[in-house]
Write a protein of this length. Structure first.
Length: 163
């Protein structure tokens, strides 16, 4: 794999929509070298940044792998393999969301304000992350992607903005 920007799948394309609506396979570390994993994460980060995104799941670039990356603001880049939400705070808030795979569309989504996510890091080591606020929202949005769920499935007041 060469490190370069990848094409982000769009729900507007019938074949892409099929991929985006499927639950991904577990990430099997035995099938990749450490270098391939680093290159994959780097390619996803380049793609996400080029699209002005804050999160990207592997299936959004056509890969049937349980992996997402997220970066809000100048915070560190999170690359989480085989992520699962293991706990969510009872407090929720509603915010407008958009998605790189649903271009020009926005809607209000209610989500927990804090989540605990378990998964693995790029070395395959078990990690447990606590995310609050906007980062918690991004984690939930990306984990939904890995389960074939798009934000428009949960949103209300969905609107499309023409560019």
């Amino acid at each position: 794999m060469t490190i370069m920007e990848k094409r982000i799948l769009s729900i507007r394309n019938k074949e892409d929509a099929i991929v985006l609506r499927q639950t991904v396979a577990a990430f099997d570390f035995s099938k990749f070298t450490k270098k391939e994993i680093r290159e994959l994460v780097k390619a996803m980060r380049i793609t996400m940044k080029a699209a002005d995104g804050v999160g990207l799941s592997a299936n959004q670039i056509g890969l049937n792998l349980s992996l997402f990356i997220a970066q809000t603001g100048s915070a560190k880049v999170h690359a989480v393999f085989n992520p699962k939400i293991v706990k969510a705070a009872p407090d929720e808030d509603e915010m407008e969301e958009g998605c790189l795979s649903v271009p020009g569309t926005f809607g209000l989504v209610r989500r927990p304000t804090k989540v605990w996510v378990e998964g693995q890091d790029a070395d395959g080591k078990r990690v447990r992350l606590r995310a609050t606020g906007f980062l918690a929202r991004v984690f939930q949005h990306e984990i939904d992607h890995l389960n074939g769920v798009l934000f428009i499935d949960k949103a209300k007041d969905v609107r499309t903005v023409m560019s």
